[in-house]
Design a protein around this ligand. Structure first.
Ligand SMILES: [Zn+2]
Length: 329
């Protein structure tokens, strides 16, 4: 597809080894979806650095508070990236489960987790005045102010950008780990008809609940891009669910391909042209992964055209040294 005009939706999935971290520019807003990080690379520090200059997050979505999705919170705290206007979406029902994990972490002296989880529970709580809000403000939804055909969510069908969150109604799972995964937010991004679904680490039990939720199922059907649940692992692969979503392209965010089922997802995806930003080559892909492709970028414009591209593993250090990408990448 042609790289035309304005991209109103621009998301980068970072390679953070095992974990998830994405940054989205939606209209003029800065959105962070999960806060994974690895020992070499903090996405938030990269974004905050002078050549990009992110100072405040407008909307923070934490699918669920496992360490591979919150490891960058210590940096968020250090850099003071939240403001009193920051919208926050996270599973409030997870609080007791996190407290249990924190008790265990105190006993074992797991300092990294303690800092992130304490911030998650204490500091983030200050921003929970509207915990399940999605941006219905016209400034957010990029609505045409001259039309009266408003949806109840504040958006106009296939115009503007909206972000919806769904989740299982009940807490399902055999233990703390499964319960926390199944509480994951299912986040649906829509921008002028382009749809991306991100499924956190939801497992089969949670997927079964989502399948009973008509509103959620309507929102995710025939999406363009699916961020596979639980990093693309087999235990969260549900062919009926994926067929319903019917994605062109599936994204995995994981350290290795060892546990992921790219074949199963690939068989159900329709395919999309993906450009390698380093070589300039474009080829049809069904699944892209942070472990083999590095940083993944999806951009959609206001005609629902969208493009996908990947950049190699040394993304952070190379881009940091490159003037060309100042303020633009
Ligand atoms: Zn995870």
């Amino acid at each position: 597809m042609p790289r035309t005009s304005s991209y109103v939706f621009d998301v980068r999935f970072w390679d953070v080894d095992h974990g998830s971290a994405a940054y989205l520019r939606v209209g003029s807003k800065d959105v962070v979806l999960d806060c994974g990080a690895n020992t070499q690379f903090s996405p938030l520090r990269w974004l905050n650095d002078s050549y990009y200059g992110l100072n405040t997050i407008d909307y923070l979505i934490i699918s669920h508070p496992h360490q591979d999705h919150i490891a960058d919170l210590d940096v968020m705290k250090e850099l003071e990236l939240l403001s009193s206007d920051t919208l926050l979406q996270r599973p409030k029902d997870a609080t007791e489960l996190v407290e249990e994990n924190l008790d265990e972490a105190y006993e074992k002296g797991m300092e990294d987790y303690i800092e992130d989880a304490e911030f998650y529970l204490n500091r983030l709580d200050e921003f929970d005045t509207t915990p399940d809000l999605f941006p219905s403000n016209p400034e957010w939804a990029l609505d045409n102010p001259y039309t009266t055909e408003a949806r109840t969510d504040g958006g106009i069908p296939d115009q503007g950008a909206t972000i919806h969150n769904f989740s299982a109604d009940d807490i399902v799972g055999n233990d703390n780990y499964e319960k926390l995964n199944n509480l994951s937010r299912l986040t649906v991004f829509n921008s002028y008809g382009f749809t991306m679904v991100s499924a956190g680490d939801i497992l089969q039990g949670g997927i079964n609940q989502i399948k009973e939720d008509e509103e959620a199922m309507a929102a995710i059907s025939d999406a363009d891009v699916l961020v596979a649940p639980h990093h693309g692992r087999d235990s969260s692969f549900d062919s009926e669910f994926v067929r319903h979503i019917n994605p062109d392209l599936v994204i995995f965010s994981d350290k290795t391909a060892e546990h992921t089922v790219s074949g199963k997802y690939g068989n159900l995806a329709n395919g999309a042209a993906v450009e390698n930003e380093q070589s300039g080559e474009t080829r049809e892909r069904f699944v892209v992964s942070t472990n083999s492709d590095g940083r993944i970028r999806i951009q959609a414009n206001n005609h629902s055209d969208w493009t996908a591209s990947v950049y190699g593993r040394d993304y952070a250090s190379e881009k940091a040294a490159s003037k060309r990408y100042k303020n633009s990448d």
